[in-house]
Design a protein around this ligand. Structure first.
Ligand code: TRP
Length: 373
């Protein structure tokens, strides 16, 4: 998932803010209901989630989204993971070392326990039927709607003065295609991604109104729901937003030594007394959060135990906790790196399955649209 900042609406639009707070509260309540339903009958849900291959996966992904995917898979929710290679070019001029990055993502999924027998891992660009949905879907949204989509707006802010490509403008529409090609009804998201899901719901409803159905009792596309994840957003080792270019990120594939070095350089402060205080001591608190996640402990308790241990004591704790926590992942990852043929086979099998699913959906779309020749 993107780590977009929450859209900062400086216009002081209190009404919009309170409306979005209310809809956030509703989404949160609904997510709790969905969790309860999954526990009873996971077969009612099909989940679509994914990542953009712009670099290697890091601990922010691991604790923020990957573990939740694994949990869903293991609860029995049928899951599709899209490696969104086409999305890389929404805001970049080139694709970078894309093939290696795609395979690196797949390697981490497998290393952490994503099971290709239960979860379909596929590449966006390899699924023509998914991409063809863009055309009818584009007919269902207006350009004004896209321009005011908060996620598009904040993406644009991140890219500075770069002119917006049409691919960027239509980002919510291709995410709708990613979700709907497999008729997914569940998408795990952070709060900032809710507007995307809303756009997907709009596309599904309008398709039904405008182009009709195959089976009179059931729309072609489900109205997908967001599953809000309450994972804390981790910061980089310098206490600012994680970013590969800032060198403040601990990647899953790094060695224990590389990890130790990065943590050694981490920012702390001069107060030797360790406290968990995310507002006033973000860097220290971030390290405590990481240790807490690794050890499954409350960071407040860890801080109390560290007492006057200072930045050095804190870093020692985090280094040991993180390296120990990631050791099995890294061992499995190394095995997979030594067998690239296997990783590629998994991706190809995932692509084949996703293509079969996409083609079946496209058949429905053609039938509903009376374009079967
Ligand atoms: N946009 C997500 C990211 O930046 C990846 C993604 C692509 C995705 N299509 C999606 C996530 C559909 C959820 C649903 O990493």
């Amino acid at each position: 998932m993107t780590n977009l900042e929450a859209p900062t609406d400086t216009a002081g639009d209190d009404l919009a803010q309170s409306t979005s707070d209310a809809s956030f509260a509703r989404s949160l309540a609904r997510s709790r209901e969905i969790e309860a339903q999954i526990a009873v009958d996971p077969s009612r849900f099909r989940m679509l989630t994914g990542d953009r291959p712009t670099g290697n996966l890091h601990i922010g992904h691991y604790f923020g989204s990957l573990l939740n995917r694994l949990r869903m898979q293991n609860l029995g929710v049928e899951t599709f993971i899209i490696v969104a290679d086409y999305q890389v070019i929404t805001d970049r001029d080139g694709v970078g070392p894309i093939r290696d990055r795609v395979l690196s993502l797949v390697t981490d999924y497998l290393a952490m326990g994503i099971d290709p027998a239960r979860t379909t891992i596929f590449a966006h660009s390899a699924i023509p039927g998914l991409n063809q949905l863009m055309l009818p879907f584009l007919s269902l949204v207006t350009d004004a709607e896209l321009r005011r989509n908060p996620t598009v707006k904040s993406e644009l802010e991140l890219t500075g003065d770069r002119p917006m490509s049409a691919l960027m403008l239509t980002y919510p529409v291709h995410q709708a295609a990613d979700i709907l090609f497999c008729k997914a009804n569940l998408v795990p998201v952070g709060k900032d991604q809710l507007p995307h899901i809303e756009q997907t719901r709009v596309v599904a409803r309008r398709f039904d109104e405008r182009y009709g159905r195959v089976n009179p009792d059931e729309p072609v596309f489900p109205v997908a729901e967001a599953l809000l994840t309450n994972a804390a957003v981790l910061l980089g080792m310098d206490g600012t937003k994680m970013s590969k270019s800032k060198g403040n990120v601990i990647e899953l594939g790094m060695t224990a030594d590389e990890t130790a070095k990065l943590i050694k350089r981490a920012v702390t402060d001069s107060d030797r007394h360790i406290t968990y205080d995310p507002v006033n001591r973000p860097a220290v608190s971030n390290l405590l959060s990481i240790a807490g996640l690794c050890l499954d402990r409350d960071p407040v308790d860890l801080a109390a135990e560290l007492g006057d241990a200072g930045g050095g004591g804190l870093k020692k704790l985090v280094t040991e906790a993180l390296n120990e926590r990631l050791a099995p992942h890294r061992a499995k990852r190394a095995e997979l790196v030594a067998d690239p043929g296997h990783v590629l086979d998994v991706l190809r099998a995932g692509n084949a399955h996703a293509n079969a699913v996409a083609d079946a959906t496209l058949d429905d779309v053609r039938t509903a649209m009376q374009m079967v020749y």
